[in-house]
Design a protein. Structure first.
Length: 102
């Protein structure tokens, strides 16, 4: 009887290590914000003329009507069906130059 309990306990504990919980929306927003702030810090023109950061549309507004758009990376084929945190965002495009012209 003790060996059956031990085996069941071992199975439950080992299967729990394979599950991944999705991050709460606040954690995803903070991670996305960190990525966007790092982008701003590395692009002086964007930092000097920053107007707004929009986490809903994943867009940074800067200068006069300039926008830097980000997109969420697509999960790999192997992890697509697995539960877990959303992939990170990455810079997609901008409608203005993001570096100063010399």
């Amino acid at each position: 009887m003790k060996s059956i309990r031990g085996i069941v306990s071992l199975l439950l504990l080992s299967s729990a290590s394979y599950t991944q919980a999705a991050l709460p929306p606040s954690a995803v927003n903070l991670r996305d914000l960190d990525t966007m702030v790092l982008f701003i810090k590395t692009h002086q023109r964007v930092a000097q003329s920053l107007k707004q950061i929009d986490l809903i549309s994943l867009t940074i507004f800067f200068d006069r009507d300039c926008e830097a758009h980000f997109e969420r990376q697509t999960p790999s084929f192997l992890t697509r069906a697995m539960p877990g945190p959303q992939p990170n965002i990455k810079f997609k495009s901008s409608n203005c130059p993001i570096v100063e012209r010399e």
